[in-house]
Design a protein around this ligand. Structure first.
Ligand SMILES: [Zn+2]
Length: 108
């Protein structure tokens, strides 16, 4: 019985630490419960996902990882803001600005 209590609290601490680092509480709870102390230590040493670049959806202000190309909340298509040039820029003939992103048709 003592081990169950110990595992619970170790899981809890690992879960809280994992959650604070932007990861899933339940994943780290399980890791901490199965591997007391080691799991907690792993959660402490786990890289902080919140340090990764994030951006904000212009539509609903939802903050999400940079690599998301579609907003998880409102489903808005997001442009890739980084170094990798989007296809439409490569396809641009000269400097003529092209409205829309190709598939969005102008309103009739
Ligand atoms: Zn959104």
């Amino acid at each position: 019985m003592e081990f169950v209590v110990l595992a619970f609290f170790c899981g809890l601490s690992a879960g809280v630490i994992g959650k604070l680092k932007g990861s899933s509480f339940w994943i780290w709870f399980l890791v901490g419960a199965v591997l007391p102390l080691i799991g907690t230590l792993a959660a402490v040493l786990y890289r902080n996902e919140r340090e990764e670049p994030h951006r904000r959806c212009p539509e609903c202000n939802n903050v999400m990882p940079l690599h998301n190309q579609v907003c998880m909340r409102c489903g808005r298509d997001l442009d890739w803001p980084g170094e990798t040039p989007p296809e439409r820029e490569k396809a641009l003939p000269g400097a003529s600005p092209r409205p829309g992103r190709g598939r969005s048709e102008p309103l009739h």
